[in-house]
Ligand binder design. Structure first.
Ligand code: GDP
Length: 301
């Protein structure tokens, strides 16, 4: 992940660190290289531009240029701005944690396009909530258009050792959501995860369904699952969902195969929504809390 970006920035900053004195023009030259590296990593253009502006403004100040180690100071400014761009929260290393402390059953609504990894991520998250948070979880599939998706969730539920709501054929998403909540209350479930229907594209019918489900389920978390490999499209999809449903965060999947990292780097800045988790493989354990500070460290080496 971020390999190319990390290599390029590493080379650029090694040269910078080695220099005793720096002039404003040196900083501007370096920032031009950083800008190109960000764009090659598929970072959204306005995000890259904004980043360079902020870093340059801070780095060309007298205090930095006249300091004993100006190169290192500039790298530190880059690091801090990277963390800000990735969206530092209050949790460990800038992680924005799940809100699970509301009155149970807490509802997590999972939304996203078909193929983004939504069903897998639902099961991964349910497992994590059971194992790491020690809470009783339950999952329900609302994807009535694709019986295979409903069965897939049930199979994953067995692997994750998390119950899934039994399927009643012909029942509509809003009614399934209601039934899931009733069942959760009866069985003292702490957290209910609703795996909503995916579509190939963002369309009005999908958004109407998401809104209807959200209004009956009153979710504490609405997590959008997007595929990091789709780069800027992932960010655009997030923007479309964000305009329609009150997203509380993003799960970025297939980070294990994403060498560029553009979606991860642009998501927060473009959509204002934090990446809460990263999918890093097909197995149910392959879900990591997203830590902006650690990611920035990885990029800067
Ligand atoms: P959905 O249509 O959005 O529900 O997508 P699925 O959950 O069925 O996932 C589609 C495919 O992507 C499956 O083969 C998953 O195993 C795979 N997948 C999901 N998340 C990840 C991930 O983080 N990394 C990798 N490598 N594969 C993933």
């Amino acid at each position: 992940m971020f390999d190319a970006l990390s290599d390029r920035l590493g080379n650029t900053f090694d040269r910078l660190r080695g220099r005793g004195a720096l002039r404003e023009q040196d900083v501007r030259d370096v920032m031009r290289e950083v800008r190109i590296a960000l764009l090659e990593a598929d970072v959204a253009l306005p995000v890259a531009r904004d980043f360079i502006e902020k870093v340059t403004e801070k780095a060309v100040g007298e205090a930095v240029l006249k300091s004993v180690t100006p190169g290192q100071q500039v790298v530190k400014i880059v690091n801090d701005e990277l963390v800000a761009m990735l969206g530092g929260g209050d949790g460990e290393d800038g992680h924005v944690p799940l809100t699970l402390e509301a009155k149970p059953p807490v509802v997590i609504m999972m939304v996203g396009l078909q193929g983004s990894g939504k069903t897998t991520s639902t099961a991964k998250l349910a497992k994590l909530i059971r194992e790491k948070h020690g809470k009783k979880a339950m999952m329900a599939s609302l994807d009535v258009n694709r019986p295979a998706a409903q069965e897939q969730l049930a199979v994953l539920g067995e692997q994750a050792q998390v119950d899934t709501l039994p399927i009643i054929e012909g029942q509509q998403p809003v009614d399934i959501a209601r039934r899931a909540l009733e069942s959760a209350k009866l069985r003292n479930v702490d957290v209910v995860l609703l795996d909503t229907a995916g579509r190939l594209h963002v369309d009005e019918a999908l958004m109407a369904e998401m809104k209807a489900v959200a209004s009956v389920a009153t979710p504490t978390e609405v997590l959008l699952v997007v595929d990091s490999l789709t780069g800027q499209d992932a960010v655009n999809v997030a923007q479309s969902f964000s305009d329609e449903v009150p997203l509380t965060g993003v799960i970025l999947t297939r980070m294990d195969g994403d060498a560029r990292g553009g979606a991860a780097l642009s998501m927060r800045a473009v959509t204002g929504k934090p990446i809460k988790f990263a999918g890093v493989g097909e197995k149910l354990d392959a879900l990591e809390a997203f830590h902006p500070r650690r990611v920035a460290e990885r990029i800067l080496g």
